[in-house]
Ligand binder design. Structure first.
Ligand code: TTP
Ligand code: MG
Ligand code: MG
Length: 415
């Protein structure tokens, strides 16, 4: 007998907020929201309580939503704060009206990434087929994992939940279902710290009553269009014929909507391989000349570096090799790169090294395209990435090997 397909979706509970509560356990059980940008608010608290362990700073010392001035939205909120109706993407001002006594903390991306890696590697040790779906969620294929079929997946889900809690002190919620689509919905059924098991036979009773937005892939636009056709729940979609849906939404979307409403989805769980490099490039609307369009090119160049740095930081990588790519107006391509002696995800460093690479290419012709790449990647915080070079001058760029004759123009240099 072939094993029943069992797919899990795991999502961390109030993730950014829960990570902050690890630092400040005295705030557990209180309404806390994450938002407001930089770490300035709690910097003041920290300064005032210098010398005191973080966990001993009194809860009453933390900044409150009612005193928050400025714009911005809530990134996430603890479950006690959600009882007041506060949640992700809500304006800080509106949230302050609903729950003025909530404590406001900024996000610590480094910490969030560390815990993100930690919970994901905990899962991978138990069940190897894991698909990364962003900072706080993954799909896991339970089908072939020993014990993955027991109680429809509940036993393995419990094991993973416990292992994550032991390794991180964080809680998560897990849905196990015949496919990704249903698993994603199921992981929300019993949040926080819950497990939900959904079988094919549960689609009518547990999936059909849900609003259409619960289908992962139906956003605000699709919801609006469905509402105009008087389709509000998943059952409403399921009651339409495939042909009717195709007539109204086109072949691909119509067929997909029909399958989704009936709980059908055969997408595999794809374990991603580590990226080798990250790059950003842009093709210009009109070809740009390195000298005559210097200011424009310089701005684009800096922007590409900032974007690559942002990609690296968001995905938690650092790199050692920084390179550029140009396409000239005759479609010829030129690339140059340089390896430095430390790992970086810093926009200024990337900009500086990429700028040096630029000096090694022909800049007398018009350009169609400009690109910046960072390679030789390592996970930020991993052993190789944090190794400090022990020779003097660590951090300084190494002389490029086999460089082209240097053109002594400070092209693209920021003034
Ligand atoms: P979510 O998993 O959507 O939310 P959550 O983990 O905070 O809460 P839940 O228990 O309902 O899963 O998002 C994960 C993190 O991503 C969240 O803690 C903060 C961040 N995030 C944003 O930065 N912007 C957003 O709009 C959302 C929704 C989340
Ligand atoms: Mg979450
Ligand atoms: Mg999530």
């Amino acid at each position: 007998m072939t094993a029943l397909r069992r797919i899990a979706h795991l999502d961390m509970d109030a993730f950014f907020a829960s990570v902050e509560l690890l630092r400040y356990p005295q705030l557990k059980g209180l309404p806390v929201v994450i938002g407001g940008g930089r770490r300035t608010a709690d910097d003041r608290v920290l300064q005032r309580h210098a010398g005191l362990p973080l966990s001993e700073i009194p809860a009453s010392a933390f900044p409150l939503l009612r005193d928050y001035v400025g714009r911005g939205v809530i990134t996430t909120a603890t479950y006690p704060a959600r009882q007041f109706g506060v949640g992700s993407a809500m304006g800080m001002m509106k949230a302050a009206k609903l729950c003025p006594q909530a404590i406001v903390l900024p996000v610590d991306f480094d910490e969030v990434r560390t815990y993100s890696r930690r919970f994901k590697s905990t899962i991978a040790e138990i069940a190897p087929v894991v698909e990364d779906r962003g900072v706080d969620e993954v799909y896991i294929d339970f089908t072939e994992v020993p014990g993955g079929q027991r109680e429809g997946g509940r036993a393995l889900a419990r094991l993973i939940q416990r292992a994550i809690f032991e390794n991180t002190a964080l809680t998560c919620s897990i849905g196990v279902a015949p496919n990704k689509l249903l698993a994603k919905m199921a992981s929300e059924f019993d949040k926080p710290n819950g497990i939900s098991i959904v079988y094919e036979a549960d689609v009518q009773t547990r999936i059909w009553p849900l609003p259409v937005r619960k289908i992962n892939g139906i956003g605000p636009k699709a919801e609006l269009k469905l509402a105009k056709l008087h389709l509000h729940t998943i059952a409403d979609i399921a009651s339409q014929s495939r042909d009717w849906l195709i007539d109204n939404f086109g072949m691909a979307t119509g067929a997909w909507l029909h399958d989704a409403a009936w709980g059908r989805d055969n997408r595999p769980v794809v374990t991603e391989s580590e990226p080798v490099s990250m790059s950003r490039e842009t093709t210009f609307e009109r070809d740009l000349h390195p000298v005559r369009d210097r200011a424009e090119l310089g701005a684009v160049f800096t922007d590409l570096c900032v974007k690559v740095a942002g990609d690296l930081q968001r995905k938690g990588y650092v790199g050692k090799t920084i390179g550029i790519k140009l396409r000239y107006d005759d479609f010829q391509i030129a690339t140059r790169d340089q390896t430095i002696d430390h790992f970086t995800a810093d926009a200024t460093t990337i900009r500086q090294i990429a700028g040096q690479c630029l000096k090694r290419v022909d800049l007398s012709r018009r350009l169609r395209l400009l690109g910046v790449r960072v390679g030789k990647l390592a996970k930020a915080g991993s052993a190789p990435a944090t190794q400090i070079a022990d020779q003097p001058g660590a951090g300084a760029p190494r002389a490029p090997s086999g460089s082209a004759p240097e053109v002594n123009l400070d092209l693209f240099e920021r003034s």
